[in-house]
Design a protein around this ligand. Structure first.
Ligand code: FES
Length: 575
C-alpha cells in the first residue's frame, strides 16, 4: 500500500491536458489518470476498482466516468461508484500551478484502519465480495489484529440475521485455524469467513433483541428452564432464560453446559448441526471475547428449539430403540463415572457403551468417538453414493463438537455433554454401512508407498495437483500417508490441506471437515490415529474438489489492486 505523502508530481501543462482530454501519470504504485472535464481537472487510479480495466479507455459524460468493461459508473469528483459491486475508485488531489497540472501521486487515509473498517462494514452490509476482500486485505496491511476483523464480522452476522448460520460457523472454523495458516492463507480465510457471513445476511431480516428476566433464578433453575423451553419449542422463553443466565454472570463453562443440556434433549438434533453450531458459537466467543455473549449466544436458540431430533426417525427406533438405550445409559452415568473415575487410555470405540459401564473417563470416550467417526471417512467405501460423504461428515463434526464441549464443561457433572457422546455413538453405529466394504487405509504396517515422491515439498505439490482433478480420493490419501510416514512436518501438510480448501468455492462441510480434522489431529498428534484423521480430511476434500474457484479470483483481484500494478496490462502482456 502507498504510504501517506505530500509529494506532488507534474502531470503536464493545462493546455496539453485540454488538448488531449486525459493524461497518464505513473504514481508510486499505480498508474494515475488525469482528466479535464468542463473546466475542472480530476485525477484517480487508472485501474478500474472492479477488475482493473484501464479507465483511460472509458468515457466521460455529465461528470460521470463509465468503465467500458462492465460499465461501472463513477462520480468524477469523488470517485464514488454508482454501482456498488465495482467499489469506489481512489482519487488523488490536484493543484494547478501557473498553467501546470500537479498531482499528488500517493494517497492514504489519515486513519487507514478506520477507513478499511468502514469499507468492511459496507461490504458486509451489501454483500460485496470484492469490497470485503479489499477491506480484509487493507486491515491486515495496516496491522489490524485478525481477531478484530473476526469480531467485526461475527457481530455483524449476529445482528443482521435472525439466527446463527453457516457463515458464522465457517468464520469461526477458519478463525480457529489462523494460528496454523501462512499469511496468504490467513487473508483468504478471513475473506471466505466474511463473505459467507455477508451472503447469509443478505436479504435476511435483522435479529430482534430480547431482554433478560428481571429476576435472578439460580443456575440450576435456569438450566432446567432452558431444557423445558427447548422441549416445548418455546423460542422466546428459551432466549430470555439464556439471556438471564448471561446477565447473571455465569461462567463460560456453565453457560456452555446449560446450552448442551438443552440441545441434547433431542438426539443428534438436525443431524448434529444444532450442537455443532452451539459449539461454534462458544468458540466464537473465545475468539472475540465473552463480553459479547449476549449478542452471540442467543443466535443459536432458534435452531436449537426447532431442531428435529433423531428420536423422530425410524432408523433410531427400529429394529432397536436406540433412543431408549441412550436414555437408559445416560441415567446410569453419574454412578458409573463415580465408580470408574481414574480409568484412562480407553480406545476401543466399538465397545463404547461397555466402556462407560467399565468407567472410562468421558474425555477418553469423546476423543475416541471423534476418532472412530474420522475412521468412517477414512474408510468410506468408494461404492457409496456421493451424498453419503455428508452422512459420514455429519457424525465426525458432531463428535468433534461433543469432544470440544466436554473439555469445556468438565466431565462427570455434564449430563448433557455425556448424553451427546451416547447420541454420537448411536449415529456412528447407524452409519456402519458406509464402510462396507471399507476402503483400505494406505501406509498401514510396513507399506512405504515408495512409488510416491519422498520430498515433502513435492508431496505437497502432488497433493494440490490431485485436488485439481476429480475422483482423486485414494491418491490424496496415499500422499498424506506418505508424507506422515516419512516423518515430514504435519504443519506443512495441514497448511497444504488448508490451501486446498481456501482456493476452492468450498461447501460449508469442507470448512468444517478441515477444522475438525485439524482439531482432532492435535489430540492424537503424529500417531497412527492422527494419520488416519488427516487421511480422512484429505479423502473428503478430494471427493469435493475442484470447484470453479470464483471466490479465489475475487480475492486475487482485490489483492493485486491493493498491492498496485496494472492488472489488465499484465494479463494482456502474457497472453
Ligand atoms: S467495470 Fe471496470 S473492470 Fe469491470
Amino acid at each position: 500500500m502507498d504510504a501517506p505523502s505530500r509529494e506532488f508530481t507534474l502531470a503536464g501543462s493545462l493546455d496539453e491536458l485540454k488538448a488531449k482530454g486525459r493524461l497518464i501519470l505513473h504514481g508510486g504504485h499505480r498508474p494515475i489518470l488525469v482528466v479535464y472535464d468542463r473546466g475542472r481537472v480530476f485525477a484517480f487510479d487508472n485501474r478500474c476498482p472492479h477488475m482493473g480495466f484501464p479507465l483511460e479507455r472509458g468515457s466521460i459524460e455529465d461528470g460521470i466516468l463509465t468503465c467500458h468493461w462492465h460499465h461501472a459508473r463513477f462520480d468524477l469528483e469523488s470517485g464514488c461508484t454508482f454501482d456498488l459491486w465495482a467499489d469506489d475508485v481512489p482519487i488523488f488531489p490536484v493543484e494547478l500551478r501557473d498553467g501546470e497540472v500537479w498531482v499528488k501521486t500517493t494517497f492514504g487515509d489519515a486513519d487507514p484502519a478506520a477507513h478499511w473498517r468502514q469499507r468492511l462494514a459496507d461490504g458486509l452490509a451489501h454483500d460485496l465480495g470484492l469490497v470485503i476482500a479489499k477491506a480484509v486485505h487493507g486491515q491486515l496491511a495496516t496491522d489490524v489484529p485478525a481477531a478484530d476483523i473476526v469480531r467485526q464480522v461475527a457481530l455483524f452476522g449476529a445482528q443482521n440475521r435472525d439466527g446463527w448460520g453457516v457463515g458464522l460457523t465457517i468464520l469461526t472454523a477458519l478463525a480457529n485455524l489462523l494460528p496454523v495458516l501462512p499469511e496468504e492463507e490467513a487473508y483468504l480465510a478471513l475473506f471466505h469467513g466474511a463473505r459467507r457471513v455477508a451472503a447469509d445476511c443478505d436479504g435476511e431480516p435483522p435479529r430482534r433483541e430480547r431482554a433478560p428476566l428481571r429476576s435472578q433464578p439460580d443456575p440450576v433453575t435456569l438450566k432446567r428452564w432452558l431444557r423445558r423451553w427447548t422441549n416445548v419449542r418455546h423460542r422466546e422463553a428459551a432466549e430470555r432464560t439464556l439471556l438471564t443466565a448471561i446477565a447473571a454472570g455465569l461462567s463460560p463453562a456453565v453457560l456452555a453446559d446449560t446450552l448442551v443440556a438443552a440441545a441434547t434433549e433431542r438426539a443428534f438434533a438436525d443431524t448434529g448441526h444444532s450442537l455443532d453450531f452451539i459449539n461454534k458459537a462458544v468458540e466464537c466467543l473465545d475468539l472475540i471475547g465473552w463480553e459479547h455473549a449476549a449478542a452471540v449466544l442467543p443466535t443459536v436458540v432458534g435452531q436449537m428449539v426447532a431442531a428435529r431430533g433423531a428420536e423422530e426417525s425410524t432408523a433410531w427406533r427400529q429394529p432397536v430403540d436406540l433412543v431408549a438405550l441412550c436414555e437408559q445409559a445416560a441415567s446410569e452415568l453419574p454412578q458409573l463415572f463415580a465408580t470408574g473415575r481414574g480409568v484412562h487410555g480407553w480406545s476401543d470405540v466399538d465397545a463404547l457403551k461397555a466402556a462407560i459401564r467399565a468407567g472410562a473417563a468421558s474425555t477418553d470416550l469423546s476423543r475416541s468417538l471423534a476418532y472412530a467417526a474420522a475412521l468412517r471417512v477414512a474408510r468410506f467405501g468408494n461404492a457409496n453414493e456421493h451424498s453419503d460423504w455428508e452422512t459420514a461428515h455429519h457424525v465426525f463434526t458432531y463428535a468433534n463438537a461433543v469432544d470440544q464441549m466436554l473439555k469445556r464443561v468438565g466431565t462427570a457433572n455434564s449430563h448433557g455433554a455425556v448424553r451427546g457422546i451416547l447420541h454420537g455413538a448411536m449415529a456412528l453405529y447407524l452409519t456402519r454401512y458406509l464402510n462396507v466394504p471399507p476402503a483400505r487405509i494406505p501406509g498401514e504396517g510396513d507399506e512405504q508407498l515408495d512409488d510416491l515422491p519422498a520430498d515433502a515439498e513435492t508431496i505437497c505439490a502432488a497433493l494440490l495437483d490431485a485436488f485439481d482433478r476429480q475422483r482423486q480420493v485414494d491418491v490424496a490419501a496415499r500422499l498424506v500417508a506418505r508424507h506422515l510416514k516419512l516423518g515430514h512436518s504435519p504443519q506443512a501438510l495441514i497448511a497444504t490441506l488448508a490451501r486446498a480448501v481456501l482456493r476452492e468455492d468450498a461447501g460449508f462441510h469442507a470448512y468444517q471437515m478441515l477444522e475438525a480434522g485439524v482439531r482432532q489431529f492435535t489430540e492424537w498428534d503424529n500417531t497412527d490415529e492422527g494419520r488416519h484423521i488427516l487421511i480422512a480430511v484429505a479423502r473428503y476434500l478430494a471427493a469435493h474438489s475442484p470447484t470453479e474457484r470464483a471466490a479465489l479470483q475475487t480475492a486475487d483481484i482485490a489483492r493485486r489492486l491493493m498491492r498496485g500494478g496494472e492488472l489488465h496490462q499484465e494479463e494482456g502482456a502474457s497472453s
